[in-house]
Ligand binder design. Structure first.
Ligand SMILES: [Zn+2]
Length: 85
């Protein structure tokens, strides 16, 4: 059974309740007794710390350009060296 997180907008209490899909969502707060419960969707209180969040195409310092991205025109030769032959 999924666990739903509820939060009361009246008193601010937050709790988890294991419910089946057939159960109707809770509305009444067990703390203050007001019908101000909201179902919290998604993970609560998770901070995304960047590990494995890097782009994979960092260039290696060994100077091996294995895969040049398409469209990267580097120095077409219009302003090259003056090798006038
Ligand atoms: Zn409450």
């Amino acid at each position: 059974m999924p666990v739903y997180t509820y939060r009361c907008e009246s008193c601010g209490v937050q709790f988890e309740r294991q419910q089946s899909f057939q159960d109707s969502p809770l509305t009444r707060c067990p703390e203050c007794g007001k019908k101000s419960l909201r179902k919290v969707i998604g993970p609560v209180g998770i901070v995304f710390k960047g590990s494995g969040f890097y782009a994979t195409d960092h260039r290696s310092p060994s100077g091996a350009t294995s895969r040049a991205p398409k469209g990267e025109a580097r120095g077409g030769g219009s302003n090259g060296e003056t090798s006038n032959d």
